[in-house]
Design a protein around this ligand. Structure first.
Ligand code: FNR
Length: 385
């Protein structure tokens, strides 16, 4: 199978599984504790059926969506994922280019390998910058200022990592930060020589470039990763930090990772412009509800104006349609585009976006809906208990 013959996102996952050593594949694929949240994120989409309407002339469909003053071609985007350079050198730049070409947003993680400055040079209109609050408020505010200086329009603060979670696949595989080549990792990696060669050719663990200005001159990639590990997670982050960022940031401010309707309401009160409703793809709190489950209550809490973007477990066009019916303007996903980029670089990420877009279009045609924006609860039917 190659990238063109991949007919769905699961095919891309399988392609990536073959290309990557297990330690790297599992780092992407895995979740917290018993990985029940991962399963819950998929099962949530089983709670409803899409009830088709016919005889409505659906020869033309409009999948475009407006978010924060910009029109995107499809109601999808790429979630922020740190350390993507571990799966392929320059993965962040490839993801950004794929998003630009598909005219959808790309959320660059502050824990990425490429810097915000480099990525903005590739896709100035499509990059949203995601950061975690760190233990050092000067660094927090400097990151906000750097984003402003390079012309980022949407700043996303992820709030759902107050502590590093229990990822048991990583523990079993010996995945640690900084990344170390233990004998068993080397043995497994020998089965994936292309990855090993790229890894060695680019100097081993990739640099987290956003953090270089805060490290001493000449710091190695491992030094920078160590320093990053002392700055995050930052459990002291609170609404006060959000308030300060809101005051300093003139652009669109989005919070990623809220699940409680009261928190969503508080975000609205604090002048936050939009939310990514997410449980971090099941990688943090294994007992968290799926974002799809919480979506109606969050929509009710914030009213109709605030854009909500659903993240976690989206794997089919029908998932995107369902999320819209339950109150989300758009959706983003993380692992599928990472698998795509690991398997085939920019073309792989582009393939993931293309596949989901095609599926959304097909589902909309089947259910008799001409415009994505017109989807509502009338298309939903509850699955039998
Ligand atoms: C993530 N995620 C994440 N989120 C975030 O806000 N900042 C980050 O740096 C990262 N890093 C990261 C790395 C990897 C390898 C993965 C798989 C995920 C979470 C990510 O943005 C998103 O919430 C989930 O990936 C969504 O779930 P799906 O689409 O992967 O099921």
């Amino acid at each position: 199978m190659n990238i063109e013959s991949a007919i769905n996102l699961e095919d891309l996952r399988q392609l990536a599984r073959r290309k990557l050593p297990r330690i790297a594949f599992d780092f992407i694929d895995g979740g917290a504790d018993d990985e029940r949240c991962l399963i819950r994120n998929r099962q949530a989409f089983e709670r409803y059926r899409l009830l088709p309407r016919y005889l409505r002339d659906v020869s033309q469909r409009d999948l475009s969506v407006s978010l924060f003053g910009k029109t995107y071609a499809s109601p999808i985007g790429i979630s922020p994922t740190g350390l993507a350079g571990l799966f392929r050198p320059d993965a962040d730049l490839m993801l950004a280019a794929a998003a630009r070409d598909a005219n959808v947003p790309f959320l660059l993680s502050s824990a990425a390998n490429a810097s915000i400055e480099d990525v903005m040079a590739v896709a100035p209109e499509h990059v949203w910058f995601q950061m975690y609050g760190t233990r050092d408020d000067r660094i927090n505010m400097d990151l906000v200022e750097r984003a402003r200086q390079v012309g980022v329009r949407v700043l996303v603060i992820s709030v759902d990592v107050p502590v590093n979670s229990n990822r048991e696949r990583n523990k079993r595989n010996g995945f640690s930060r900084p990344f170390r080549m233990t004998p068993s990792v080397v043995l497994d990696a020998l089965g994936h020589p292309a990855w090993v060669l790229r890894y060695l050719r680019t100097g081993g663990i990739p640099m987290m470039r956003n953090w270089m200005p805060y490290a001493r001159a000449g710091a190695s990639a491992a030094d920078v990763a160590d320093m990053y590990g002392t700055l995050t997670p930052a459990p002291m982050i609170s609404w006060d930090h959000i308030q300060r960022i809101r005051q300093a940031w003139p652009g669109t401010l989005v919070i990623k990772g809220l699940l409680h309707p009261e928190d969503a309401r508080e975000a609205l009160r604090r002048g936050v412009d939009g939310l990514v409703v997410s449980n971090h793809g099941g990688r943090q709190l294994d007992t968290a509800p799926s974002p799809l489950e919480m979506l109606p209550a969050i929509r009710a809490a914030v009213g109709n104006e605030m854009p909500l973007i659903l993240d976690s477990g989206v794997r089919r066009g029908s998932d995107v349609v369902m999320a819209r019916c339950l109150g989300a303007q758009s959706t983003i996903f993380g692992r599928p585009t990472l698998f795509g980029v690991a398997a085939a670089g920019q073309a792989g990420a582009a393939r993931a976006l293309q596949l989901v877009r095609q599926e959304i279009d097909m589902v909309m045609t089947q259910i008799g809906c001409r415009a994505f924006n017109e989807l509502d609860r009338s298309y939903l039917w509850p699955a039998p208990e």
